[in-house]
Design a protein around this ligand. Structure first.
Ligand SMILES: Cc1cc2nc3c(=O)[nH]c(=O)nc-3n(C[C@H](O)[C@H](O)[C@H](O)COP(=O)(O)OP(=O)(O)OC[C@H]3O[C@@H](n4cnc5c(N)ncnc54)[C@H](O)[C@@H]3O)c2cc1C
Length: 422
């Protein structure tokens, strides 16, 4: 039998959920169909041996404008990281921390000597526009946006501080060739300066769960949509074992699935995706007391990691009492071997200056399609309606982030509700 509703949202990641709840709040009869066995899309949390592990290390920044607007951050009980970085140098692990937010680390920060006056001035030259341009600023396609690498070169940021900035952004943007839009990198920097990222008490998936909780009709999971086509004045949607008629369809899938569903274009593959490998290790003792993300900023890093953190220092609820959880992240590069478990463990041990042979592997997540590439120029808003009655949203339509996914879901809902909306 063919079911029916006013709007079908395909995909229960952040974008689809945000879109669905706005449509529902406006009185639309909405259903959400999701291919996977649970909601959340790229944000999933698993319980393993008493540990909470997210499918790939990620954090929520409460300063994202979309998070401030649509998420009840208080209810998530965010457990913040410290505002700074642990920096592995030739002589051990140094600290570079925000002097006002982490006053207890001022002496260690100054003592490290990482921020030499010339380099600090170059960093400020590069960063200053981040505090003028906000996420609300409208970006003109083809304006002066360049790659992050180009912008750092132009600011003459060199030496150790350049390597620290490079490693930090490699872990955030999931690339280390500096090919990402500089405007996007600066927006992220602005967000890091305004808010301190953290992890919800119940894991990152608590975020999509909160969005889904307000939906009147529960998400139908395990339902992969196979085709969407216009027929007899409405949209006919076919999925595994189900069929539905809707007046409008919002395709809120991952980028690779969006084009074939929305436009029937099976040859378009979507934007290039960047991948990450996360290992989660259980340790009897924390390898460091620092509540900071740590990077290897030596001229020749001792291994493949772009960052590591003792997650349970920030989020004690991620580990059972008396145990500690360490995450390590390495980039996945197309055509290159995936870093091995021993290589990863050795590099983490080297960064912390500890022996990691006793660490137990709790989980290993290989996420090849973690983030869409975001080259310049930054175009954070694209029209949501791609063919009559079919709308597309997701981070690939906005910015490659939680902010972008939520904002894009909002844009799609507005486009459905107000046909003149652009
Ligand atoms: C490891 C990792 C680390 C990250 N770190 C951060 C971070 O620290 N900060 C940050 O801001 N962002 C981070 N991100 C990015 C952020 O998680 C994503 O931008 C965001 O979750 C994307 O949401 P989305 O709704 O656009 O897409 P998705 O989450 O991909 O949701 C799409 C949904 O559509 C479903 N679907 C696909 N095809 C079909 C079909 N045919 N029928 C039905 N359903 C379908 C999928 O199963 C999925 O649930 C990270 C991502 C990863 C993976």
């Amino acid at each position: 039998m063919t079911d029916s509703c006013e709007v079908l949202v395909v995909g229960a990641g952040l974008a689809g959920l945000q879109c669905a709840r706005e449509l529902q709040a406006a009185g639309r009869d909405v259903q959400v169909w999701e291919a996977a066995d649970d909601i959340g899309g790229r944000i999933r949390t698993e319980q393993m041996d008493g540990f909470l592990v997210d499918r790939g290390f990620q954090v929520l920044n409460p300063a994202y404008p979309a998070v401030r607007r649509w998420v009840d951050v208080g209810a998530l009980e965010l457990q913040p990281f410290g505002a700074g970085l642990g920096v592995r140098r030739d002589d051990g692990l140094a600290v570079l921390a925000h002097p006002l937010r982490e006053p207890q680390l001022i002496a260690r920060t100054l003592g490290s000597g990482i921020a030499k006056p010339g380099d600090a001035a170059a960093l400020l030259r590069w960063a200053a526009p981040a505090f003028i341009r906000s996420w609300g600023h409208s970006f003109d396609a083809g304006d002066r946006d360049v790659t992050l690498r180009q912008a750092l070169d132009d600011a003459r940021l060199t030496g150790e501080l350049r390597r620290v900035v490079g490693q930090f952004f490699a872990g955030v943007l999931l690339e280390d060739d500096g090919s990402t839009s500089n405007d996007f990198a600066r927006l992220l920097l602005r967000t890091f300066a305004l808010g301190v990222p953290g992890m919800p008490r119940l894991g990152m998936q608590a975020l999509p769960r909160q969005l889904a909780a307000s939906l009147a009709t529960p998400v139908r999971t395990g339902t992969r949509v196979e085709s969407v086509r216009s027929e007899g004045g409405s949209m006919l949607v076919r999925a595994s074992g189900a069929e539905l008629r809707a007046e409008q369809v919002v395709v809120a899938t991952d980028p690779a699935s969006a084009e074939p569903l929305a436009r029937g274009n099976h040859s378009a593959g979507g934007p290039a995706m960047k991948g990450v490998l996360t290992h989660w290790f259980a340790a009897a003792e924390p390898p460091s007391r620092l509540n900071l993300l740590c990077v290897d900023a030596r001229e020749r890093p001792a291994g493949p990691l772009v960052n590591t953190a003792v997650v349970s220092n920030a989020a004690p609820g991620y580990a059972p009492a008396g145990r500690h959880l360490v995450q390590t992240s390495a980039l996945l590069r197309p055509g290159r071997p995936v870093p091995g478990d021993d290589e990863v463990r050795r590099h983490a041990a080297d960064i912390y200056g500890t022996d990691a042979t006793g660490w137990e592997l709790v989980a290993r997540h290989e996420v090849p399609d973690a983030l869409p590439a975001q080259p310049p120029p930054l175009r954070p808003a694209r029209p949501a309606e791609v063919t009559p009655g079919v709308f597309v949203c997701g981070d690939h339509r906005s910015t490659a982030s939680i902010q972008g996914a939520l904002e894009s879901g909002h844009q799609a809902a507005q486009a459905v509700l107000r046909p003149d909306f652009r």
